[in-house]
Design a protein around this ligand. Structure first.
Ligand code: PRP
Length: 174
């Protein structure tokens, strides 16, 4: 059975979110931004981020899924749940837990751009650049993580481990 091993602690995550929030507060003050989280993984980051920002924001969520059995095999993403808030002329910040191939972000940026937001930026807590298949602009990044299977802080393996407060890798146990 694989056991989670901590690679980024809850304290490190909390400190990084405080840094990101300080920058975002400067960039979005007086703009009433709309933060759009990509479900499910982003729900923990989103809830910590909006409270750390501590300025008026609105939130919404989208949910995406990949066609076929894995993103690696098909590379196609479809929309399961769209944003419910009109985004025309809004300052939109997409909030994502992890960027891997970049396909999810590419899809949502293209999709949201069609609705003509006033601005559209992207904030990711964990970046795994070694796995990138498509280049995507990232405006705010927390940590760069190695090419290993990571879980916790919202990220899952077969829907398990999302609840863990730290970012972990799964290690094989004898
Ligand atoms: C994960 C993660 C990102 C996406 C990143 O979501 O939360 O949304 O993969 O991968 P990409 O850059 O290769 O597109 P997943 O599809 O596992 O769904 P979940 O958020 O519901 O766990």
């Amino acid at each position: 059975m694989d056991q989670p091993k901590v690679i980024i602690t809850r304290e490190e995550i909390s400190n990084k979110i405080a840094e990101l929030a300080t920058q975002l507060r400067k960039d979005y003050r007086e703009k009433n931004p709309l933060l759009i989280g990509i479900l499910k993984g982003s729900f923990v980051f989103m809830s910590d981020l909006v409270r750390a920002m501590n300025i008026p924001v609105e939130i919404d969520f989208v949910r995406l899924a990949s066609y076929g059995t894995s993103k690696d095999s098909s590379g196609k993403v479809k929309l399961i749940k769209d944003v419910e808030t009109p985004i025309k002329d809004r300052h939109v910040l997409v909030v994502e837990d992890i960027i891997d191939s970049g396909l999810t972000v590419r899809f949502i940026l293209d999709h949201l751009s069609l609705h003509k937001p006033a601005s559209l930026k992207f904030c990711v807590l964990f970046d795994k650049p070694s796995r990138r298949k498509v280049e995507v602009p990232i405006d705010y990044v927390g940590f760069t993580v190695p090419n290993a299977f990571v879980v916790g802080y919202g990220l899952d393996w077969n829907e398990k481990f999302r609840y863990l407060p730290d970012l972990c890798i799964l290690e094989e146990q004898d």
